[in-house]
Design a protein around this ligand. Structure first.
Ligand code: FAD
Length: 383
């Protein structure tokens, strides 16, 4: 590995940050990866926070480039279509492809993050600083301030890349400098996770499908996990008579689910506990511009363009960002001042397109997939 290059700072050791560290280390850069949390490989998992996610070919392509696809896919559960659960009657399967063999893959977010952390750690030149929360950044000098258990520390890098998620502190610092503008569009919906455990060691539902309970203005989905459980996610309004807060007692929760999700009730013995104790997450779209400042501070992944999760493409899109940034560095001879603007030019329109498609797909998933017209159209498309 060349040690001629200057150290690059990546803020956020989530999905995009770890992958980026791997790509940069392969280019010969020393990389400092800063993460506000403790090492997730030694700590406990946060309750009720997006346990699994759908990985598609876009994300797999990025993993393939660093030789991690087979390891990640070993535990993946391919979902070849949607299983629609009506209030009454049998579930209906809708294949994602005419041939029936194309799938998106349910994978554990934690296992994916840990695999990426292991891959980054194994590369020479990558150092990871956990318990480092970025609280200050001077984009003109690359000086960063972190809060750590030992107090505040200051570090400097020639290039600082913000992969610190939807609430990005790097983006916040650039905003404070007047270097970027942002818009945050929150939905009047939140999400909460529930669990369907295995029955007798087996999956309680078909693990080859993404399960959807469309209920007009709201919905629930469920994805399979390698331990043969399912993680369900409720997407419900945050205000009004059908909101999370409207079910204030165990009896109200049981009655509501028995009425609107009757086939879930016998499969979810911890329904009331999950409902009462798992947090409600927010859902929104983040837009900002520019994605880079002075050719030395850049944003990518959710930090640049967080989207609502209804297309299952946020992480896939963040992985595509890393591949594109790597390509831009190739084309610009590793001149960051050229590569970062080129990266934004190539990716921003795509990020905007998937942001809009994700919002549109919410209406399709919670409402249209259950309509007879939609099902007839699907049959015609597949004929
Ligand atoms: P994150 O994964 O958010 O990582 C950011 C990292 O930065 C974290 O480790 C965080 O601790 C760290 N950090 C934050 N602030 C600081 C700081 N100040 N200093 C240092 N470190 C910091 N995407 C899909 O592709 N498929 C799906 O099926 C899917 N399902 C989803 C379901 C739900 C309910 C939600 C909410 C999202 C879903 N997504 C899905 C989207 C996906 O989770 C995100 O797009 C993806 O995690 C973005 O990766 P990232 O690395 O940019 O950000």
């Amino acid at each position: 590995m060349s040690t001629e290059r200057e150290e690059i700072a990546v803020v956020g050791a989530g999905l995009a940050g770890c992958l980026l560290a791997c790509f940069l280390a392969r280019r010969g850069y020393p990389v400092a990866l800063y993460e506000r949390r403790p090492d997730p490989r030694t700590g406990k998992v946060e309750r009720g926070r997006s346990i699994n996610l759908a990985l598609s070919e876009r994300g797999l392509d990025a993993l393939r480039r660093i030789g991690l696809d087979q390891q990640v896919m070993a535990d993946a559960l391919p979902m070849r279509g949607r299983m629609i659960h009506p209030v009454e009657g049998e579930p209906q399967f809708q294949s994602y492809s005419v041939s029936g063999d194309r799938a998106i893959n349910s994978i554990s977010r934690g296992a994916l993050n840990n695999a990426l952390l292991d891959a980054a750690t194994a590369l020479p030149g990558v150092r990871i600083a956990f318990d480092h929360r970025l609280v200050g950044l001077d984009p003109t000098t690359g000086e960063m301030t972190f809060e750590t258990p030992q107090g505040k520390v200051t570090e400097t890098a020639s290039v600082v890349l913000g992969a610190d998620g939807a609430g990005s502190a790097v983006r916040g610092q650039l905003l404070a400098y007047g270097a970027v503008t942002e818009s945050l569009d929150f939905l009047d919906y939140g999400y909460k996770e529930l669990t369907i455990p295995p029955i007798g060691g087996e999956f309680a539902l078909d693990p080859g499908a993404l399960h959807i309970w469309p209920r007009g203005t709201s919905m629930m989905i469920a994805l399979p996990n390698p331990d043969r459980s399912f993680t369900c996610t409720l997407f419900w309004p945050t205000h009004g008579t059908q909101s999370f807060a409207s079910l204030g007692s165990p009896a109200a929760i049981e009655t509501y689910f028995a009425t609107h999700y009757p086939d879930l009730v016998p499969l979810a013995p911890n329904l009331v506990d999950d409902y009462q104790h798992n947090p409600v997450g927010v859902l929104g779209t983040v837009r900002c511009t520019p994605w880079q400042v002075a050719g030395r501070v850049g944003l990518l992944g959710d930090a640049a363009h967080a989207i609502v999760p209804f297309y299952g493409q946020g992480a896939n899109c963040a992985f595509e960002d890393v591949v594109e940034l790597d390509r831009c560095l190739d084309e610009c001879g590793d001149q960051w001042a050229s590569a970062l603007p080129l990266f934004q030019h190539r990716r921003q329109a795509n990020a905007e397109a998937i942001a809009r498609m994700a919002l549109t797909n919410f209406v399709e998933m919670r409402d249209k997939v259950a309509s007879p017209v939609f099902q007839t159209r699907k049959k015609i498309e597949h004929a």
